[in-house]
Design a binder for this molecule. Sequence first.
Ligand code: MRU
Length: 342
Amino acid sequence: MEKTIEWVKGENVSRMLDQTLLPYEYKKINITSTSMMYDAIKTMIVRGAPAIGIAGAHGVNLKALELKNSKVDYATFKAELLEGCDYLASSRPTAVNLMWAIDRQREIIKKETSVDGTVEALIENSIKLEDEDIEINKKIGYYGAEIVPLGATILTHCNAGALATVGWGTALGVVRSAFEKDKTIKVFADETRPRGQGARITTYELVRDGIDTTLLTDGMCAYFMSKGMIDVVITGADRIAANGDSANKIGTCTLAIVAKHYNVPFYIAAPKSTIDMSIKSGAEIPIELRSEEEVTIVNGKRICAEGVKVINPSFDVTPNELITGIITECGVIAPDNLKSIF
Ligand code: MRU
């Protein structure tokens, strides 16, 4: 399976798809330094919780290589590498997969005892994390396909697909696995303002795979649910608290509220690495605030009055009572029973 993001051993670079160019251009770029990786995550060249986790792990590889080339002593190497981990983890605040993957690299740094040993072990570990991500998504897809009724229409929000992960996807991984069994399923994809991940990326992925896909604007969900045209809602998540409250792209909570009203099941599909058992509830999840320009400017042109106020939270939190189940690599879990899989 082609990887959205991968470490290229011979070249010592992180190669990733530039997601800001979709759907116009499918272009891979090489990330060659720690600061370039920080910027790639922040500016969303790479985005989606599992994908930015792998990007963070690759960023640690790049920092280790930079320090090795500067020939500092081992104590300085280790101290500055751990600082580099903190720097990379600060690039985006909400998706816990970023911190999770960097913590996996921190464990390696703490265990190894030499510069060369650390560099080699970090690179091997990041490649292992890439491969595990695809395996985990396949398992999520397997369990998730069981809750998708035959011929279902699935509503999704943002992009939780192959392009938000190393491959296959979480919410769209469920769609792909369901499609393998039943070619009649359909997807309704929200466009996902302001960054348009649904319109630009989800429709790109699904149409390329030959899956019947309809694009909606973000306010259309109640119309289609009231007409009985949606059988199930499945989205990804960026961080899930211990009680099952789930942060995902802004607008997800609206879908969950409307789904509850119309008795449509609402599922979150996410790996265990998205679950943050250190926080009790969604109130503790840090929500990223992004720039006003993401809202006020479309295709380089201002679309609203000068002087208007804008607030641009990138995520919202869906309370656990609105979630039918969380589809993980360990099966479909009730949101209030997450501790059973840890
Ligand atoms: O701001 P983004 O595009 O990184 O937000 C992505 C999402 O909200 C996804 O739904 C989530 O990360 C799950 S990706 C498998």
